[in-house]
Design a protein around this ligand. Structure first.
Ligand SMILES: [Zn+2]
Length: 324
């Protein structure tokens, strides 16, 4: 035999030297849930280990993250009051805006990414305003743009629209520019499939639709070319970075999107992926640490420049310890 591939697998030194994929803490984003109230840190039963914070306790979480080396967070606001038009999404003192202000003041070096959508804020739980039983695209754009401007003004460095309305990136870009915030980055959820893997998130954020589903705006899991079209449109409309979700079950799409994308691509390892690993580990069926590391490596290998994951603090710690 002339070629023996096992030579390069002989020991950890050679394996590390020749590894084709490397992770760094700088590519990790940690999603965090902010609820209204004071002095609250509460468990999310469907996502063991994850918590909801009130705006005043949010900086404590940021401090812990900064210590582990995670420098970016993605914020989801959970308002006390919901209505038909999701008015708390763009209220000056909305829950996300409060958290962004406190977060930016205490940790100016931390990158704060504001999730922009209506579903946590509407009484019907859909991602925009309704006309009958469907989400009305164009009137929704105005509210999304308003939400983006208000989050950016409160301290968001990056705006991440997750609603899947047509034309939202262009509408948000225009509104930010008109508000003299040309430097705010747009990180769009360009390819968001209508996935059952979001289940635990809906409990965490209280955003279950009151009727129907999100299939008329999120993408059909059967489609490939549609994802490429969505990704291309968002970039043309001004997205600085794009995201795909869920992560692991959609690695083929991550690779396909990455190959055509001129901008950085993020993958969101969603709540269902998190909770499956947690549940299996709690039962002793999986080695939690190894599965978390492997999942993150697979997302990076699949093309993710950025990984949005609830495991960000653990991953950052293990990266620092040289375990990944
Ligand atoms: Zn939504």
């Amino acid at each position: 035999m002339i070629v023996r591939p096992r030579r390069l697998r002989e020991n950890a030194v050679i394996r590390n030297m020749t590894a084709e994929t490397r992770l760094s803490a700088s590519m990790l984003v940690y999603p965090v849930f902010i609820r209204e109230g004071h002095n609250i840190i509460e468990d999310i039963p469907a996502m063991p280990g994850q918590k909801r914070y009130s705006p005043d306790t949010f900086p404590r979480r940021l401090e812990e993250l900064a210590k582990t080396g995670v420098g970016s967070v993605l914020l989801f606001g959970i308002p006390e009051h919901k209505d038909e038009v999701g008015s708390q999404a763009y209220a000056e003192n909305g829950v996300a805006q409060q958290a962004l202000r406190i977060g930016k003041k205490n940790f100016p070096e931390m990158m704060l990414i504001g999730d922009v959508c209506m579903c946590e804020y509407t009484s019907h739980g859909h991602c925009g305003v309704l006309k009958g039983e469907t989400v009305d695209n164009d009137p929704t754009l105005k509210l999304l743009a308003k939400t983006a401007v208000s989050q950016a003004a409160a301290g968001a460095d990056v705006i991440a629209p997750s609603d899947m309305m047509d034309g939202r990136v262009a509408a948000i870009r225009k509104a930010l520019d008109e508000a003299d915030m040309q430097d705010k980055i747009i990180f769009s959820y360009a390819v968001k499939y209508a996935s059952a893997f979001y289940g635990p998130f809906r409990e965490a954020a209280g955003s279950e639709p009151a009727f129907g589903d999100r299939c008329s705006y999120q993408m059909d899991p059967r489609n490939v070319r549609e994802a490429l079209k969505e990704a291309k449109l968002d970039v043309e409309e001004g997205a600085d970075m794009i995201m795909l979700k869920p992560g692991l079950p959609y690695l083929d799409m991550l690779r396909a999107v990455k190959e055509q994308s001129p901008v950085p691509v993020g993958a969101y390892c969603v709540s269902g992926e998190y909770s499956m690993i947690k549940a299996a580990a709690a039962n002793g069926w999986l080695d939690e640490e190894r599965v978390i590391c492997e999942s993150a490596i697979c997302l990076a290998r699949g093309g993710a420049d950025i990984i949005i994951t609830y495991f960000a603090p653990e991953l950052a710690k293990w990266i620092k310890e040289g375990k990944i």
